[in-house]
Unconditional design. Sequence first.
Length: 299
Amino acid sequence: MKKARMALAIGIICISVFPVLVKLSLTSGVISAFYRMFFSILVLLPYMLYKRALKIPSFKAGLLAVVCGIIFGTDVTVWNIAIQESTATQASLLTNLSPVWVGILAFLFLKNKPKPNFWIGTLVAIFGMVLLVGFQVFKTLDFDLAFVFGVLSGVLYAFYMLISKYVLRTMDILSFMTLNLIASSIHLGVLSYFLNEPFYGFSNMGWIVLIIQALVCQLLAWLLISYATQHMRATRVSVSLLGQGILATVLAWMFIGEQVTIQMIMGGIILLLGIGITFKETPLTSYSFRKIKSKVKPL
């Protein structure tokens, strides 16, 4: 479990770089998502073929891995568009509602139902996220296409987490990632072609950003997060991923001069507290009851 938590922590650090890179707007959202997947598979596939490591335990597992790739590729695309069409803050807030969707879907379809600590921790973490991004976001919240894409991104993310958790019970991580990235690359490549997206002509910095997105934010990050998903509850992983909001804020402050306020710091602390609650095995309600009961002296 310690290895899984360490992998999750490093994976969160890797994906926290992504919002800062997207804010640079050096390429469109759709083509950025395509190259994030395409450059990743260009690195992973030769290794898998050379080692003959691609193993598909069943047709069902292989098909679901492909479905995961299409879902994840679509998720990254709509999230990129949501950022570029509105603000990174609004898009991040809406996307980070994904733990709620994960919890609802897990409650409806999984035998292992979310525990009370998940719901308590999720509510605390989301409140921390709201403080982090600022209440002023709700004043300018536009219910337009960017809003719909932001919500859709969170829903797609939830489906990806739960389906990948199921697939990784029988398939190794590298094989899952290979099928995932192949499906994402083909799906986004076809979509980019029909949307007349440019596949070249970017600046040198644009290409560097695309490569960083692929190797750090996709390949390394999701190999680690997939490992964590394989060994931890999907609900717990989804809430932990909210921590990327804190790191993204710090990185934005360091590299592109975004302001950090006391309210944002307090929001980050509350967000981490919420994540911590989801990791507690003992229900908070029973813990509080026992603590009160121990202080009551018998007559």
